[in-house]
Design a binder for this molecule. Structure first.
Ligand SMILES: Nc1ncnc2c1ncn2[C@@H]1O[C@H](COP(=O)(O)OP(=O)(O)O)[C@@H](O)[C@H]1O
Ligand SMILES: O=P(O)(O)OC[C@H](O)CO
Length: 482
């Protein structure tokens, strides 16, 4: 039996999963790693922890029968390292980090439109470009070293591949490149004007390949293994959910929530503050998507556990939501690091609305779970205005395991929410891309036939109740953002 190994380097944990010939997960290892919050709105990871946890899970799951490796990763998170030593010169600045918010504001008038036209993105600290600029400005001597060609930039995929290939490959794929705010998604190349704007020498940038390609061969294990698939985690989930036809949409509930709708070979420009991105690139041909990005989804549950410590594990939230007093309607806006789509407000922070003397742990936990549905509804409305017509959405990610949350999502969206049998669709997408390249897995149309439904959640709440709750949410958002 030969397997394809998927490495899923996420925001809160690193995972390795072995997929068999039928794309069924057969073995899995997972390791959480530290979150570093140096200041309000700042989020960092230690690149060595990312590296070590990745190595550990690969070793734990076993590589004896692995034919190829696919890598998928938290996107935008920025690492800069020395090409001679392989040492990162600063912590990884995580996608959630808002430290460059004011810098983005200062560029807005002149650059917002140009950046949107070239990259499909909004000018925001979420993306890698201003994070690279910040590191070059704040680490002593970094700019001189960068100009001398001694430093390399990469998103997490790039950093891992560089290390796994002993420095032989400095590469990324088009989906990750599309999240840097430095990549022209129409021309398929790094954009010189943007590199210049952010003071980034082109010598730092990785080569951009298709999502199924020869990314190099890892030489750090007992035997050489090719790395043949790479995609950002949300794009890998889009592939894993087999959203290959225009109009198909998936929504992933991990640390954040990211809804992507396939728009085919047309890069659709949103009028409602969604992003245009590359869903996957095969045989040199990009397939585009519209994306809505929410920064806090499952992370709100982590905060209940690790922050205010009112739960011991994530699954407890279901019983709490069931036990909550239905008369109490608390709105929890988890804008811990600002609001993403469609508001894009780096400056606001979280809030609870509607507290009474009867509000307790259960009501707060319920409001935390509900915040995920309300935020998705905001994205859904924006997608509809941009022309989406889908009557259902495919869900995945850690939080999709919560039946209560998924039922509430169907109620608040007013459409069917479909959960597949494999919720590790992110890893599955990466494995599929890697296996596709070596001829181990079939072409996309054939693969799409194997998508299997675990459970469909259909709306049960009366539409008027859902509308009243959504109105309450909109009111809370208006109060916070005004
Ligand atoms: N049963 C559950 N109910 C609610 N939230 C859950 C449940 N299981 C996992 N989660 C949340 O899902 C997230 C983990 O999902 P995962 O897809 O592994 O995230 P990531 O890839 O961002 O690290 C955590 O934030 C966790 O709080
Ligand atoms: O770690 P996740 O699964 O929440 O995904 C993070 C995204 O890639 C950030 O854009």
């Amino acid at each position: 039996m030969t397997y394809i190994l998927a490495i899923d380097q996420g925001t809160t944990s690193s995972r390795a999963i072995l997929f068999d010939q039928d794309l069924k997960p057969q073995a899995q290892a997972q390791q959480e790693f530290g979150q570093i919050f140096p200041k309000s709105g700042w989020v960092e990871h230690d690149p060595e922890e990312i590296w070590q946890s990745t190595l550990d899970v690969c070793t734990e799951v076993g590589l004896d029968q692995v034919a190829a490796i696919g890598i998928t990763n938290q996107r935008e998170t920025t690492v800069i390292w020395d090409r001679h030593t392989g040492h990162a010169i600063f912590n990884a600045i995580v996608w959630q980090d808002r430290r460059t918010g004011e810098y983005c504001d200062s560029l807005r008038d002149e650059w917002q439109e140009k950046i949107a036209d070239k990259t499909g993105l909004l000018l925001d600290s979420y993306f890698s470009a201003t994070k690279v600029n910040w590191i070059l400005d704040h680490v002593e001597g970094a700019r001189t070293r960068a100009d001398a060609g001694d430093l390399l930039f990469g998103t997490i995929d790039s950093f891992l591949i560089w290390r796994m290939t002993g420095g032989a490959s400095h590469v990324t794929d088009a989906t990750n490149a599309a999240r840097t705010m430095l990549y022209n998604i129409h021309d398929g190349c790094w954009d010189n004007a943007l590199l210049e704007l952010f003071g980034i020498p082109e010598s730092m940038m990785p080569q951009v390949l298709d999502s199924a390609a020869d990314f190099g061969t890892t030489t750090i294990f007992d035997r050489p293994i090719p790395i043949t698939g790479v995609a950002g985690d949300q794009q890998a989930a889009t592939v894993g959910q087999a959203c290959f036809r225009p109009g198909m949409m998936k929504s992933t509930y991990g640390t954040g929530c990211f809804a992507l709708m396939n728009t085919g070979d047309t890069p659709v420009k949103s009028n409602n503050r969604l992003l245009t991105t590359i869903a996957y690139q095969l045989n040199g041909k990009p397939t585009y998507a519209l994306e809505g990005s929410i920064f806090i989804a499952g992370a709100v549950v982590q905060w209940l556990r690790d922050g205010i410590q009112i739960i011991e594990n994530a699954a407890e939230t279901t019983d709490m939501a069931l036990a909550a007093n239905p008369e109490e309607q608390v709105y929890f806006i988890p804008a811990f690091t600002g609001l993403g789509a469609p508001y894009w407000r780096a400056d606001v922070r979280g809030a609870l609305f509607g507290l009474t003397r009867n509000t307790g742990r259960a009501e707060i936990a319920k409001a935390a779970l509900e915040s995920v549905a309300f935020q998705t509804r905001d994205l859904w409305d924006a997608m509809q205005k941009d022309g989406a017509t889908s009557a259902s959405v495919r869900v995945d990610g850690g939080m999709a395991n919560s039946d209560w949350t998924m039922q509430n999502l169907a109620d608040i969206l007013g459409v069917d929410v479909d959960r597949p049998t494999v919720t590790e669709t992110t890893a599955m997408g990466a494995a599929y891309l890697a296996g596709l390249f070596i001829g181990h897995y079939p072409e996309p149309d054939e693969f799409a036939k194997s998508w299997a439904l675990d459970r469909r959640f259909s709306p049960e709440m009366p539409a008027s109740d859902a509308a009243a709750r959504v109105a309450g949410w909109n009111d809370a958002i208006a109060r916070l953002t005004n």
